[in-house]
Design a protein around this ligand. Sequence first.
Ligand code: FE
Length: 216
Amino acid sequence: MNSQNNLFDSLLPPPDLPDGMFYRQKALVGNEDALYAALSAILAVAPPAQARTRGGGLTSAAITNCGHFGWWSDAKGYRYQARRPDNGKPWPPIPNIFFDTVERVMSDTPWPDFKPDSCLINFYGAGAKMGLHQDRDEKDLSQPILTICLGDDAIFMVGGFSRTDKATSFVVSSGDVLIMGGASRMRFHGIRKVYSGTGSLENLSGRYSLTFRKAF
Ligand code: FE
């Protein structure tokens, strides 16, 4: 067994996740090509770009959005906005295949009627990561956030309610779904590492996360 297998063995999903957190491993395997085709149409009109942070740096992941609102960051801070920063146009709409997938995945959770108005799309190329953070820019924090993983494997971290709380890490792969709502909605979370070249989707190198939110 090589060292990567040993590492992966130690990064299996925890048997019991905290209340409000759902991990649906491989839930969308078989649907990934269709999801990626819809995603590619979005990327063609709204290509991801690294966003400027308030501190003056750039986000490690490249960002774009679809939906009525898109999350963006610049020197003034973070916000949802109805218009794209690059050309002032609306973001591309959320395609029906995304809505249908969200509805299906949510049907047996406490939020079967979840209807996102925003999908933040993060692209993780080689070396990209996302530090521990809370998603707190949405108006109604009783609404969950649902993430679909496409492409390369990554190490997802989920911690507590303070940045310094110990975080649990496990590997998420293409076709996996994560939901954080209820008592887990404000848990710190992030992406520690992406394993470049581990994805198996044709024409996709890197990792995309599609994170569905209700911004307003
Ligand atoms: Fe987040």
